[in-house]
Design a protein around this ligand. Structure first.
Ligand SMILES: C[S@@+](CC[C@H](N)C(=O)[O-])C[C@H]1O[C@@H](n2cnc3c(N)ncnc32)[C@H](O)[C@@H]1O
Length: 251
């Protein structure tokens, strides 16, 4: 999977992508990425990329010419097969977009390539969105100064669903949000820390009991921390029995 990132601040992307799991994923060839500096495509004398908003108001708006020229350069750089009929989706990161979630990450991980557009200042001229953008995605109901962190959040969470990136894909099955539940609590050494003990069942080696405990904790945690996610009817017969047995729900 390849990410093309159009940005005014490629160093922000490079800094994150050159560490830890993203770095390893690139070295192993599971993901690729390329940053495109929008400013390089400005045709103005001083490489200007923003201007005052028509109609007045605070802040500056990113002008369309450098972004669309940058996009054309990205498309020119694509493999022939992609250029023809599989043009990558262009995603504009914006607080006005659809709020990103795990299902969207899983769906986007099936794409061969993605083009991510990072805005700055008050955002991009609307005509950029009309001309080249396929999807507008937000990472949450708050406003950041630029689209680079949102782009990295997409790249990171999408990449975790690309084969080979984590190297232990089964861990994704139990991760938070996968089954509409938050993940169970984790414990590691030591067995006792500041008088707090690891739950005995985790030391028992009894796999079935450990599995039940984890499922129960996962459900209880979701009910407590994210009641908006919890859907009793979506639970399996066994899970409903488990809740009843432990008096979590009286149904
Ligand atoms: C200061 S914001 C622009 C906000 C815009 N004036 C508004 O009120 O909707 C600048 C850029 O940061 C990015 N950005 C800020 N918050 C974001 C969010 N929650 N999700 C995705 N991108 C965001 C976008 O690329 C945006 O163009």
């Amino acid at each position: 999977m390849k990410f093309h990132i159009m940005t005014l601040f490629p160093q922000i992307i490079e800094a994150y992508m050159s560490e830890s799991i993203m770095k390893k994923a690139e070295e192993k060839g599971n993901i690729e990425y390329k940053t495109w500096n929008i400013r390089d495509y400005s045709e103005s004398k001083h490489k200007k990329v923003d201007d005052y908003p028509y109609g007045g108001g605070a802040g500056m708006v990113m002008t369309p010419q450098p972004i669309v020229s940058c996009y054309n350069a990205v498309v020119d750089d694509l493999d022939e097969s992609l250029k023809q009929d599989k043009k990558p989706k262009v995603i504009y990161l914006t607080p006005k977009g659809k709020v990103f979630n795990n299902d969207m990450a899983i769906a986007l991980a099936k794409e061969e390539s993605l083009i991510l557009l990072c805005g700055h200042y008050e955002g991009v001229d609307q005509r950029v969105i009309d001309l080249i953008v396929d999807e507008e995605i937000s990472i949450g109901d708050y406003v950041l100064t630029g689209g680079e962190l949102p782009a990295l959040i997409l790249i990171d969470s999408i990449s975790r669903h690309v084969k080979g990136v984590l190297g232990h894909e089964e861990s994704l099955d139990e991760e938070s949000f996968t089954n509409g539940l938050l993940e169970y609590p984790h414990y590691t050494r030591p067995e006792v820390f500041m008088e707090k003990e690891v739950p005995k069942v985790l030391l028992s080696g009894h796999h079935k009991n450990i599995e039940s405990w984890r499922k129960l904790e996962s459900i209880k945690l979701t009910m407590k921390l994210r009641p908006d996610l919890f859907d009793y009817e979506a639970l399996s017969k066994e899970d409903k029995k488990l809740l009843k047995k432990h008096n979590v729900i009286d149904k």
